[in-house]
Design a protein around this ligand. Structure first.
Ligand code: FAD
Length: 344
């Protein structure tokens, strides 16, 4: 289906600094930067297709710019959180892709809708939650996503992806595979619960919730926020993209021999028989928390987070990350893959 043709007002800037659009705090410029607040504005800008390379960004909290972007950077500021269906058990909430993620979580908690509370305080915007399948404390956004609406960058047609079509997996979706770079996500619809259904089995969450007075939406949100604030850098103070590497998944026999060599190694068996390892633990064992480096390092409370200590360029971060990957490979024989989206 094509969008309506309208005379609309998008915001368009040339040679635009992306410094305030990436939480790593890396200076990079976009040749053109475009902000749109509706599907019609976006469609009218795309017209019959963009000829220049394009990049869609949200809050820039999982991006690492290695160079300037010699093309068009598109940013959604589409707002709105609307109930589109409900019954005695569920609410279907359609949310604009430009809505701040934590504002959405706070809104659902305030309304007594269950599902997103474990994902409190994750930086970024709603559009990216479907791309990244954001996850924390045993919950992934994909578990709750009913459908994703998007506009095709090649011909401005409207597209709609069902939950199954999104093919969500650990920090993965179809938008990181064959649909990568092809669409601008405009709305995400979440299926939330009206009745209590908490997931508190991860780490010390349940203990902290008990200390706060027991399982309520507000207490779970508060506990998650407190735990995160204690171990993750605040993007407003320290540049990072959160977890820089994905936790590697290995076959059970590989995990068993690692456990024999390193009895303290944390391991998380998965339903498919494979085992997830802790990238942060392995990086820590390689001594990176204590390795001083001029511009880049790992966060002192969580080795999985690579931080900009000030003045880092994208290439400094890549060089540092490569050294980390090499050391983990040498010590444990395990290859770490980056979670962060490297641009350029
Ligand atoms: C301190 C910190 C803690 C973090 N903790 C977590 C955590 O606990 N769990 C977790 O999963 N992640 C975490 N992250 C990573 C990050 O918050 C998530 O990946 C988040 O979803 C990124 O959202 P964003 O809007 O900033 O997306 P961006 O970083 O701007 O973009 C991410 C990807 O999504 C694409 N994209 C963005 N918006 C759209 C759109 N509208 N249409 C199409 N494509 C789009 C981009 O092209 C890019 O590929 C953390 C990051 C930081 C800095």
């Amino acid at each position: 289906m094509q969008c309506k043709k309208l005379i609309v007002m998008i915001k368009k800037f040339e040679s635009y600094s992306l410094l305030l659009h990436n939480t790593f705090g890396i200076e990079a410029k976009a040749k053109t930067f475009v902000e749109f607040s509706s599907e019609d504005e976006l469609c009218s800008f795309i017209g019959s297709g963009l000829e220049t390379p394009s990049l869609v960004i949200g809050g820039g909290s999982n991006l690492l710019f290695v160079n300037d972007f010699d093309g068009i950077v598109l940013h959604s500021v589409i707002n709105g959180m609307d109930i589109v269906a409900e019954d005695e058990n569920d609410i279907l909430l359609r949310v604009g892709s430009g809505v701040n993620w934590d504002e959405l979580v706070a809104y659902t908690v305030a309304n007594g809708w269950y599902g997103l509370e474990n994902l409190s305080l994750i930086p970024g915007e709603v559009g990216a939650s479907a791309v990244q399948n954001v996850g924390a404390y045993g919950v992934e956004a994909g578990d709750l996503i009913e459908k994703v609406e998007a506009i095709s960058l090649s011909d401005a047609s409207k597209r709609c992806f069902t939950h199954d079509e999104c093919r969500f997996a650990y920090r993965y979706s179809i938008f990181k595979a064959e649909e990568k770079g092809r669409n601008v996500i405009t709305y995400v619809t979440y299926r939330l619960k009206k009745n209590a259904a908490f997931k508190l089995g991860y780490g010390n969450l349940s203990e902290r919730v008990e200390q706060l007075g027991g399982a309520t939406l507000e207490n779970v949100r508060r506990a998650v926020c407190e735990i995160r604030e204690a171990k993750l850098p605040n993007p407003a103070e320290i540049g990072s993209a959160g977890s820089f590497f994905m936790n590697p998944v290995v076959a059970a026999p590989v995990a068993a021999s690692l456990k024999e060599a390193y009895p303290d190694m944390p391991q998380y068996p998965l339903a498919d028989g494979n085992v997830k390892l802790s990238a942060g633990w392995m990086i820590d064992q390689c001594g990176w928390k204590n390795t001083p480096h001029e511009h880049v390092g790992v966060y002192r409370y969580q080795a999985l987070v690579v931080v900009n200590r000030g003045g880092a360029k994208g290439e400094d971060v890549i060089a540092f990350a490569s050294a980390v990957v090499e050391s983990v490979k040498e010590k444990f024989g395990v290859t770490l893959n980056m979670e962060v989206n490297v641009i350029g």
